[in-house]
Design a binder for this molecule. Structure first.
Ligand code: BGC
Length: 349
């Protein structure tokens, strides 16, 4: 079986390896990999800046944005050969901490969780993979190739849930949302904002092209000026930050309307310093009862919410998010990011 592997911590180590076909254990599915979404995390792992190999090994099979078709399913399971499935990324820590013990492994407290294709577990970047039935999610066949957008949609389903939970601490009827970043996370967050009936603003540094077109096709307003400028005019009740760029993060924190909620979803590299007026920022957050919440990963409830959201979305709009499809053999092209990329997908067939 051909798989896309990396040696975590070693830049430029991504390679196709011939590995033994996986054999499903009891309670597992054997899945034919159809496609694999590539995201910033994968690029960071390939650049040697993130990621952990399974214990006792130097290489990790890359990939956490999965889409596959069931080849073999355990008798009596809810799956049958031919089903379209995605695999869940995270597994609870073995202790388990209180959150993991309650199914909230996305909120793990001790950091000993594992993640397929990222942390100590092989990912889904191979022609065949196995997954426990309890961590596989069946997709409606109508989703077809758009099913590869499932994992990033789970991330934004969780982010919106967090915004609503934080907002619910007092009266909260948000009307306007600003999404910073028009990559897949930003655009899918915008889609969920529009679905909630909000006036949605999307901001990205590119001034034209597929990102702008996709945002406008949703009915969102697209901007390329600074967060501070856009926020001053739009007065967003909610900001979902999807760039991880330090200056954008701080402008977002200062940019909400009163009682605003900022949800940070971008994982940024450490070591980049900027100057901020911490006193002014603190005063603004305190005097407005603003909240800033970080959000990562997703649990099974977010997978269910994401499956519903994708099915309710316009298939033509979802299709335009996939801006490049690259065969597995040309993985290096997929790991390079181009300014007009929204989602780059590796074709595993
Ligand atoms: C993935 C998450 C994961 C996070 C941190 C993201 O790219 O989408 O599932 O938890 O990286 O490893």
């Amino acid at each position: 079986m051909r798989a896309l592997t990396v040696e975590p911590g070693k830049a430029g180590s991504a390679a196709i390896r011939e590995l033994p076909d996986p054999a499903p254990a009891a309670g597992e599915l054997l899945v034919e990999g159809v496609a694999l979404g590539v995201c910033g995390t994968d690029r960071e792992i390939a650049a040697g800046g993130y990621g952990w190999a399974p214990p006792g090994r130097d290489h990790l099979v890359l990939g956490h944005e999965s889409l596959g078709r069931v080849r073999e399913a355990p008798a009596g399971s809810e799956f049958t050969p031919g089903d379209l499935v995605v695999g869940v990324v995270r597994r609870p820590d073995p202790v388990p901490c209180g959150a993991c013990a309650h199914g909230a492994f996305d909120m793990c407290r001790n950091g000993r969780y594992t993640e397929r294709g990222i942390k100590h577990l092989d990912g889904y970047g191979s022609r065949l993979w196995t997954v426990e039935t309890g961590y596989a999610v069946k997709l409606d066949a109508r989703l077809d190739a758009a099913g590869v957008l499932m994992e990033p949609t789970t991330v934004v389903a969780k982010a919106w849930e967090q915004v609503e939970k934080v907002g619910a601490r007092s009266w909260f009827e948000p009307r306007r949302a600003l999404i910073t970043g028009a990559g897949p996370i930003g655009l899918l967050a915008a889609m969920l904002g529009v679905r909630r009936g909000l006036e949605v603003h999307v901001l990205d540094k590119v001034t034209s092209g597929p990102k702008k077109d996709a945002a406008e096709a949703l009915g969102a307003r697209y901007h390329s000026s600074s967060v501070t400028d856009v926020a001053a005019k739009a007065k967003p009740d909610v900001i979902i930050e999807a760039t991880g760029v330090s200056s954008v993060v701080f402008e977002a924190m200062a940019g909400t309307a009163a009682y605003g909620v900022v949800c940070l979803t971008g994982v940024s590299p450490a070591g980049r310093r900027i100057t901020v007026d911490a006193g002014a920022l603190n005063r603004e957050i305190v005097l407005e009862n603003d909240a800033v919440v970080g959000s990562v990963n997703a649990n099974l409830s977010h997978y269910a919410a994401a499956a519903d959201a994708l099915l309710a979305a316009d298939p033509a709009w979802l299709a335009r998010l996939i801006t490049r499809r690259v065969p597995l053999a040309r993985f290096a092209d997929a790991l390079e990011s181009h300014p007009d990329d929204i989602k780059v997908v590796l074709d595993l067939q």
